[in-house]
Design a protein around this ligand. Structure first.
Ligand code: ZN
Ligand code: ZN
Ligand code: FE
Length: 759
C-alpha cells in the first residue's frame, strides 16, 4: 500500500547537512517526494510503500548528521500523488523567522581524512569544510544563512567546488563556506618584516613553533597565542606579555590519543572533546608536574583537540619535524580585553607576545572565544559558553515578549529571548574593560539583527554601579533590576523549566544584595512569583576591600577574630608567620575603626581565607586561585562543623567552629589536603542540613544549586550527594555556566515569569 506523509522536523537542522541526509535516505528507501528548509525547520513530503516510509522515519532520527539536533518530528497523512523521484527544493523566499543559525562546528572525521591525505586536492588546506563541519556563526552576517550572507561572499567558487556544492549526494552540498586551494581563503605569515602566503606560510609557522617561538594564530572566532607547552622560556614570555603570572593556560593536542598521553580521559569526556562543539575540557592530569608553567598548582588541565583544519594541518607539520608536544593555546588578547579579530588588531595589541602572526583572509564577523567545559555530578557543564554553543537556543518552558538581559560585570554574557527561546551571547568578559563594553554593544546589535527581535524589556543586575547596568540603560524598553543571586538560582530553574516552589542555594564571590550589602552565600526560597532570603552565611568584613581578594590572609583576620574572640592572636597567630606583623596590626585597626572594610558574606571569600589558613597560599594572582589549588589538594579529611544561628532576617550559617578546627589542624601539622577536604565535606553537609530545614518549613522539595563557587567539583558533588540523601531533588546548570556567565538567563526568566521580592 502506498502512503504519502508530510513531515516537519524542528531543531538544529539547517546548515548541518540535513537535506542531503534526507535525500540519501529517500533514495535508499525508494521514496518519492521532496525536502526543503523553511521557517520552522525542515519540511519533507515522502511517498512510497508503507513499510518503506516507516523505515525512512526511523532512520531519519537514528542516522541523523552528527552536528544536527532533532527537537521534534511531526508527521501527518496526505493523499498519495504517485510521485516517484525525490527532490531537494528551494527554501522559502522570505527570511525564515524561526530558523536557527548553527553554531560553529569542529573539523569532521571525513574532512580530517582528506586534509591529511597527500593525494587529496585539499591536502593540508586550512579551510576545508563540509555540511558536517566548519565555520557558521563566526562568518554569518545576516539570515537566511546562505553564502552571500557570510564573509565567504567575496570568494567565487571554482568549477570543482561548484560541482560539489550543487550535488545533493555530495558531503559539500550547500556547504556555504565550501572552498579549496584554487578558490578559497589563504593563510599569510607575517614574521620579522617578511610575508609568506599559502603552504609556505603554514610550513614556516610550524617551523617557528617547533623551534619554541610563540605566535599569534587566527583561528575560528579570533586569535590565539600559541607556543609549545614544553618550552618554559616561551611560556614565561607569554605570561609576562599577558601579565598573567599563574592563571592556567589551555593546551591543544592533535587528537584523543595525544590527550590521553597527558590526562586521564573518561569515555564521556572523550565524547565531549571530540564532539562538533570541541570545547576546552578540564581533565585530570596524569602528572601534575609535567609542562611546568602551564597550569601551576592545579590537578586539572584545560585540553582541546585541534578543531579547525588550520590547527590539524599545523600539528601534522609539527609532527613531521619531530615535535609532538601539546601547544599552549590562549585567547589572543591582553589580560581581559576581547579576543583579537584581525591581523591589524593582533599586530597592534599583541606586540610583545607574538614573534609571528599567522592570519588569513576569511574575515571573522562574530568574535567567539573557546568554550570551557568540565564533568561534574555526572554531566558535562560549562565554565565558559562560547564557540560550538552560541547562538544555539535554549528552549524555555514558556515565553513572552522579547527580553534583553544584560548579565553581570564579571564573565559577562547577555541573553536575548524570542518566544520560548533564549539566546545567550558568547562570553563577553569583564565589563570594567571599555573594549568589552563595545564588544557587548556590538554583539547585542548583531544578535538582535540576526534574530529579528526588538526587546520590550531590559533586565540588569541590581548593582547600581555595574557597567552592565549602565549599558542596560542605553537600550530602549522597560528596565527591571534583578538581584544577582536570585538570577543565579533562576538560571537553573529556567534550564529545567521549573515552575513550582524551590530553594536556590547560591555560593558565589560577590553580588549586590537587596539590603545594599554584599551577598554571596544565599539560601533563597522561591514560591509563586515571589522570592525571599531564608538564610545566608554570617557577615564578616573585608579589610582593604579589593586588596582582600588578592591578599588572602586579610579576610582570615576578621573571620578568626570572630571565631576565637579576644584571644585570637594567642590561638591562631601562629599561622600568620608569613605575613608582616605590622600589616596584620594595620588590618586590625581598619576593622576596629570600620574603615575601608565592607561587609560581605561571599562564600568565595571564605574559601580564600581557608586557603590561607590551610597554608596553601598567602596571595593570589587570579580569581579563585587559592580555592582552586585547595580543591586540587583535597584528600581524606573529616567534616568541619558549621553552626546554624537564628538571625534577624533569617537563619545564619556560622563558620566559626570550622575555622577553629582548621587552625587546630594546621597547627597540629595536618596537611593542606586534610584541611581542604574537611572544609568541602563540612560545608556540603551543613548546606544540606540547612536546606532540608528550610525545605521542611517552606514545604518544598527541590533545590537549585548555582554560583561560581559550585564550579568546585568536589564541593558540588558532596553537596548534591548530601542533599539527595536528605530526600531533596537537586537541579544544576547544564547549558549555561554556574558562574556569572549564566546570570543573564536567570534575569530573562525573572522578567518573563514576573518574579519580584517578597515584602
Ligand atoms: Zn567536514
Ligand atoms: Zn574550489
Ligand atoms: Fe555571581
Amino acid at each position: 500500500m502506498t502512503v504519502r506523509k508530510r513531515i516537519l522536523v524542528k531543531g538544529v537542522v539547517q546548515g548541518v547537512g540535513f537535506r542531503p541526509h534526507v535525500y540519501k535516505l529517500a533514495a535508499r528507501h525508494a521514496l518519492g517526494g521532496w525536502v526543503r528548509n523553511d521557517a520552522a525547520g525542515v519540511t519533507i513530503e515522502a511517498e512510497g510503500a508503507i513499510s518503506a516510509v516507516k523505515a525512512f522515519l526511523r532512520d531519519l532520527s537514528a542516522l541523523k548528521p552528527a552536528a544536527s539536533r532533532i527537537d521534534s518530528v511531526v508527521s501527518s497523512d496526505l493523499p498519495s500523488s504517485g510521485e516517484k523521484g525525490f527532490r531537494i527544493t528551494r527554501s522559502g523566499g522570505r527570511a525564515p523567522a524561526a530558523a536557527i543559525i548553527p553554531a560553529d562546528l569542529a573539523l569532521c572525521p571525513d574532512c580530517r581524512r582528506e586534509l591529511l591525505d597527500p593525494s587529496d586536492r585539499r591536502y593540508l588546506y586550512p579551510f576545508t569544510n563540509c555540511t558536517n563541519c566548519g565555520p557558521r556563526y563566526t562568518i554569518v552576517k545576516s539570515v537566511p544563512y546562505d553564502r552571500p550572507a557570510t564573509t565567504m561572499a567575496s570568494f567565487d567558487m571554482c568549477p570543482s567546488c561548484r560541482a560539489e556544492y550543487s550535488d545533493p549526494l555530495d558531503r559539500r552540498f550547500h556547504a556555504q563556506p565550501d572552498a579549496c586551494p584554487d578558490c578559497g581563503p589563504l593563510v599569510t605569515l607575517s614574521a620579522g618584516g617578511r610575508e609568506l602566503r599559502g603552504p609556505a606560510a603554514l610550513e614556516t609557522a610550524a617551523a617557528l613553533l617547533a623551534a619554541g617561538r610563540a605566535g599569534a594564530l587566527q583561528s575560528l572566532g579570533g586569535f590565539h597565542l600559541a607556543c609549545r607547552a614544553d618550552r618554559p622560556a616561551a611560556l614565561a614570555r607569554l605570561r609576562r606579555a599577558k601579565d598573567r603570572p599563574h592563571k592556567p593556560f589551555a593546551v591543544m593536542v592533535p587528537d584523543l590519543a595525544a590527550a590521553r598521553r597527558v590526562c586521564r580521559v573518561s569515555p564521556a569526556e572523550a565524547a565531549e572533546l571530540a564532539s562538533p562543539r570541541a570545547p576546552v575540557m578540564m581533565l585530570l592530569r596524569r602528572d601534575a608536574s609535567a609542562f611546568p608553567g602551564v597550569a601551576p598548582g592545579l590537578s586539572r588541565l584545560g585540553v582541546m583537540l585541534a578543531y579547525t583544519p588550520l590547527h590539524a594541518a599545523l600539528f601534522r607539520l609539527l609532527s613531521a619535524k619531530g615535535c609532538v608536544a601539546p601547544l599552549v593555546m590562549t585567547s589572543g588578547n591582553l589580560r581581559d580585553e576581547p579576543i583579537c579579530r584581525d591581523a591589524a588588531e593582533a599586530a597592534a595589541r599583541l606586540p610583545d607576545a607574538a614573534s609571528f602572526i599567522l592570519y588569513h583572509d576569511r574575515p571573522i564577523h562574530n568574535r567567539v572565544d573557546d568554550s570551557v567545559a568540565y564533568f561534574a555530578a555526572g554531566e558535562a557543564r560549562l565554565a565558559r559558553r562560547a564557540r560550538g554553543h552560541v547562538p544555539e537556543a535554549i528552549k524555555l518552558a514558556s515565553g513572552g515578549r522579547s527580553v534583553l538581559a544584560c548579565g553581570a560585570d564579571l564573565k559577562n554574557a547577555f541573553c536575548l529571548t524570542r518566544g520560548e527561546e533564549a539566546f545567550m551571547s558568547q562570553h563577553i568578559g569583564d565589563m570594567s574593560e571599555p573594549l568589552n563594553r563595545d564588544f557587548m554593544r556590538e554583539t547585542a546589535r548583531k544578535l538582535s539583527g540576526l534574530l529579528k527581535v526588538k526587546p520590550s524589556a531590559v533586565a540588569h543586575d541590581l548593582h547600581p554601579d555595574y557597567a552592565s547596568t549602565s549599558e542596560a540603560f542605553s537600550f530602549p524598553g522597560r528596565k527591571v533590576a534583578v538581584q544577582h543571586h536570585a538570577a543565579h538560582a533562576l538560571s537553573v530553574a529556567a534550564e529545567h523549566g521549573l515552575d513550582g516552589p524551590f530553594l536556590g542555594v547560591v555560593f558565589d564571590g560577590t553580588g549586590y544584595g537587596a539590603d545594599g550589602r554584599t551577598w554571596g552565600s544565599e539560601f533563597l526560597s522561591f514560591s509563586g512569583r515571589r522570592w525571599r532570603r531564608a538564610a545566608h552565611m554570617r557577615y564578616f568584613r573585608l579589610p582593604g576591600g579589593d586588596a582582600a581578594a588578592r591578599e588572602l590572609w586579610r579576610p582570615a583576620v576578621p573571620l578568626l577574630r570572630a571565631a576565637f574572640g579576644e584571644g585570637w592572636r594567642r590561638e591562631a597567630g601562629g599561622i600568620f608567620s608569613g605575613v608582616s606583623a605590622s600589616a596584620v596590626r594595620t588590618v586590625e585597626r581598619m576593622l576596629d575603626a570600620g574603615v575601608n572594610s565592607p561587609e560581605t558574606c561571599g562564600m568565595g571569600r571564605l574559601f580564600d581565607a581557608f586557603s590561607f589558613i590551610a597554608g596553601v597560599r598567602t596571595e593570589a594572582t587570579y580569581e579563585a586561585q587559592g580555592p582552586m589549588e585547595m580543591e586540587s589538594l583535597a584528600r581524606g579529611g573529616r567534616a568541619y562543623r558549621f553552626e546554624v544561628l537564628d538571625g534577624d532576617g533569617g537563619l545564619l550559617l556560622d563558620p566559626s567552629p570550622a575555622l577553629r578546627a582548621a587552625v587546630a589542624d594546621r597547627l597540629a601539622g595536618r596537611g593542606a589536603g586534610h584541611i581542604a577536604a574537611s572544609l568541602h565535606k563540612g560545608l556540603a553537609a551543613s548546606a544540606a542540613r540547612l536546606a532540608a530545614r528550610i525545605a521542611a518549613s517552606d514545604g518544598l522539595d527541590t533545590v537549585c544549586l548555582s554560583g561560581g563557587v559550585f564550579q568546585n567539583r568536589a564541593l558540588l558533588e558532596l553537596t548534591v550527594d548530601a542533599m539527595e540523601r536528605r530526600g531533596l531533588r537537586v537541579l544544576l546548570n547544564r547549558r549555561v555556566p554556574a558562574n556569572d556567565g549564566g546570570i543573564a538567563l536567570g534575569q530573562a526568566w525573572y522578567v518573563l515569569k514576573g518574579y519580584s521580592p517578597a515584602e
